[in-house]
Design a protein around this ligand. Structure first.
Ligand SMILES: [Zn+2]
Length: 452
């Protein structure tokens, strides 16, 4: 790969409280080799030869955005679940109907289009929390990891990195009820067989890595949690877990185990700095302390939590307790990390009727470096020498962003304002257009296929 240089009108550099003007960014072989504010003391005075060969990036250039929690197939449900009342559990029945329709080919098509929508939104890494492992009757495909391979291939086509978080999903309820109906294809029988299957999967391409997931305390019996946690620890792989998304999960866990889900995970050595709890919408104060003291991350998915009437997670208290925060679009009711990020602040305002819980820089951090770290890409998410060369440029001249100061972009921009995306030094989106995928057409075709 040849060297490339870009001239960003504004760029959000690490550990700055606001963007910096006129930054020359250089990369070679997918890594940043120089990040130089031209107006800084001692910097070159914007030599003409420097500027003529640099790609101009008008607007605000950010590090790559990380979508730390995705179920790609949920994209097919967007806009189809608002017909009546109901809650998470009635939505889940509709989600299962789509799950039952997918095979490796149709999932490749749907995920490719969904990940390409993510690329258009400035997402450079996705954490795919994957549990659709087997055929609809629960038997394995000829390649038991065929669905995982389809997701990894989809991400390659879309030009984004993927952390395939292979989820262990064994039971239907905290008290060990068996998987039934559409759920049977999620299950491997027990955690040892889950581990054996996942260990046999080597993703193709440098854009992919494998992590582990405990679907939830509903889906993995307490005595088998340690098997999943050890698998991840031995490989230094990220470990994700849905946690306390619903009060009903907390109630069931207390009834069966006499403790909260967080306490159960702590006792089974599931928590720690490589672990990310997804949602954690309904924790107790003791749960928050367990998460924070163990440096367990929390991935907030505010637009999904809104859509499913789940509640508002105590983001400020989580951060104060010591948990790094990341963001995910989860059910893909929308795919817009700007919206997820500002919701972290705005939802706190609704709850507390006060403003000013998270600075813009803190939200950028959750959307970029912290999200990448939660997915095991610890060398991404910063505009800094040596980091992976990911760039996301947001227009500041759209109908939404015109007149907005660069520092305010996270409170004004939408995914539609992303103009230019570079992943590992490769341009994936230019002038708001995906270079490899006709995103609306492919989404339409893939969703029709699984919903018609
Ligand atoms: Zn989820």
């Amino acid at each position: 790969m040849t060297a490339t240089r870009w001239l960003a009108e504004y760029a959000w550099l690490p550990d700055r409280s606001e963007p910096t003007a006129d930054v020359l960014i250089e990369a070679q072989d997918g890594r940043f080799t120089a990040v130089t504010p031209l107006a800084g003391a001692g910097a070159p005075t914007a030599g003409v030869e420097v500027l003529t060969d640099a790609v101009r990036l008008p607007g605000l250039t950010l590090p790559g955005l990380a979508n730390a929690h995705s179920h790609a197939f949920h994209r097919a449900l967007r806009g189809r679940t608002h017909g009546g009342r109901g809650d998470f559990w009635t939505w889940r029945d509709q989600m299962y109907a789509v799950a039952a329709r997918l095979d490796p080919d149709s999932y490749l098509a749907l995920a490719r289009a969904t990940y390409a929508e993510m690329a258009l939104a400035g997402i450079t890494s996705v954490g795919e929390f994957h549990y659709l492992h087997h055929t609809p009757d629960g038997t394995a495909y000829d390649d038991p990891n065929a669905m995982s391979a389809a997701l990894v291939e989809a991400a390659a086509h879309a030009g984004v990195r993927i952390t395939l978080l292979d989820a262990c999903y064994l039971t239907a309820s905290v008290d060990g009820g068996p998987l039934t109906g559409p759920q049977v294809r999620f299950g491997d029988g027990d955690a040892a067989r889950w581990a054996e299957r996942v260990a046999a999967f080597t993703p193709e391409g440098g854009h992919a890595r494998v992590g582990a997931a405990v679907h939830s305390v509903r889906a993995v019996p307490a005595e088998q949690l340690g098997t999943v946690a050890s698998w991840a620890r031995e490989r230094d792989a990220p470990l994700h877990v849905h946690l306390s998304e619903q009060p009903a999960e907390n109630d069931a866990c207390r009834a069966v185990h006499g403790c909260t889900p967080t306490r159960l995970l702590a006792d089974r050595a599931v928590l720690g700095p490589a672990t990310t709890a997804v949602h954690a919408t309904h924790p107790t104060s003791a749960d928050l302390a367990l998460l924070g003291e163990s440096r367990t991350g929390v991935c907030l998915c505010p637009t999904t939590e809104r859509d499913l009437a789940d509640g508002i997670g105590p983001a400020r208290r989580m951060a104060d307790a010591g948990s790094p925060l990341s963001l995910g679009s989860d059910s893909h009711a929308v795919i817009d990390i700007f919206e997820e990020a500002r919701a972290v602040e705005l939802d706190e305002r609704l709850r507390t009727r006060r403003r000013g819980h998270f600075t813009a820089a803190r939200l950028v951090d959750a959307a970029t470096v912290a999200g990448h770290a939660a997915l095991g890409w610890t060398d991404a998410g910063r505009l800094a020498v040596g980091a992976r060369a990911d760039l996301v440029t947001v227009r500041l001249d759209s109908a939404r962003t015109a007149g907005v100061p660069p520092v305010g972009a996270f409170f004004a921009a939408t995914a539609a304002d992303v103009a230019h995306v570079v992943v590992d030094g490769r341009t994936v989106v230019a002038d708001g257009r995906h270079l490899a995928v006709d995103v609306p057409a492919e989404l339409q075709a893939a969703i029709t296929e699984v919903t018609a």
